[in-house]
Design a protein around this ligand. Structure first.
Ligand SMILES: Nc1ncnc2c1ncn2[C@@H]1O[C@H](COP(=O)(O)OP(=O)(O)OP(=O)(O)O)[C@@H](O)[C@H]1O
Length: 258
């Protein structure tokens, strides 16, 4: 993620107050929620990094949830642990302790290979810098997750082509990412993230590298595509321009949600 200025952060906080987006991350209020809608639950997540042989606690007993049809923003100062939490929830990084459930399945105790399977089947990722494969066309980038699930390349390409049409890139199917604009690249990355209809979409600063118009287009498409599958989305962002897309904002500080 980019290093954002404190001005950006105060702007985000100020807007939180102004638009009155619900805040809060706690899973203790589960009794008041519809458990059938729950997609992601994280309970008492702890994570330390060892720096110079010394442990440094980044997440100190974090609780979090995201439900179907919900877009939750994660905010907080630089270094507060947002990306770490996102990586743990995305089965990319192991926590030291705590429980994570995705679509009703505990994932924190799974073997690496089983967590990889959960990731491929249930989670889509969007990154700030797109992370497209440079040597593959837009269509093949989007087809990759389907082929990893066992679909033939021909069928995967057909579905990828259809989805690229949905995100306004039907004329760019055969183009390499290096020949596309940042906004177009992020739309390809979004298509790649949702092509398997994942239950959970995780995005790390998806609009930070985009101008306002491209960022809004990506967010509109993300909301539209995620709504079709009833997925939950969790977005780490410092970008006050996209605040209106949040259903709930959770602010992390000193290893815990405020
Ligand atoms: N692999 C690692 N090894 C050691 N320390 C790490 C590692 N990854 C992250 N950290 C440290 O953990 C803390 C939290 O990092 P993280 O990237 O999760 O924060 P963040 O809130 O996403 O920050 P930013 O908004 O600046 O991207 C930071 O102090 C960072 O330097």
């Amino acid at each position: 993620m980019s290093n954002q200025t404190s001005a950006d952060l105060s702007s985000l906080s100020a807007t939180v107050v102004n638009v009155a987006v619900p805040s809060g991350a706690r899973s203790e209020d589960a009794a008041t929620r519809d458990s059938e809608k729950n997609i992601l639950t994280a309970n008492q997540i702890r994570k330390s990094y060892h720096i110079g042989g010394e442990p440094r606690c980044v997440l100190n007993g974090v609780n979090f949830y995201a439900d179907a049809d919900e877009c939750v923003f994660l905010s907080g100062p630089s270094g507060s642990g947002k990306s770490t939490l996102l990586s743990i929830m995305g089965c990319l990084l192991e926590c030291d302790s705590g429980e994570i459930s995705i679509a009703g399945q505990r994932v924190d105790q799974l073997s690496v290979s089983k967590r990889t399977r959960v990731r491929r089947q249930s989670i889509g990722f969007v990154f700030q810098r797109f992370q497209l494969i440079r040597g593959l066309s837009a269509e093949d980038n989007v087809a990759v997750p389907l082929t990893l699930q066992g679909m033939s390349l021909a069928e995967a390409r057909e579905k990828a082509g259809e989805l690229l049409g949905r995100v306004g890139l039907s004329l760019h199917r055969r183009q390499l990412p290096t020949a596309m604009s940042p906004g177009q690249c992020q739309r390809v990355a979004l298509a790649r993230a949702v092509i398997t209809k994942p239950k959970l979409l995780l995005a790390d600063e998806p609009t930070a590298a985009l101008d306002g118009k491209s960022g809004a287009e990506v967010m509109e498409l993300m909301k539209e595509l995620v709504a079709e599958t009833g997925s939950a989305s969790v977005i780490v962002t410092h970008d006050p321009r996209i605040l209106k897309y949040a259903d709930r904002i959770c602010e992390i500080e000193n290893g815990q949600f405020k």
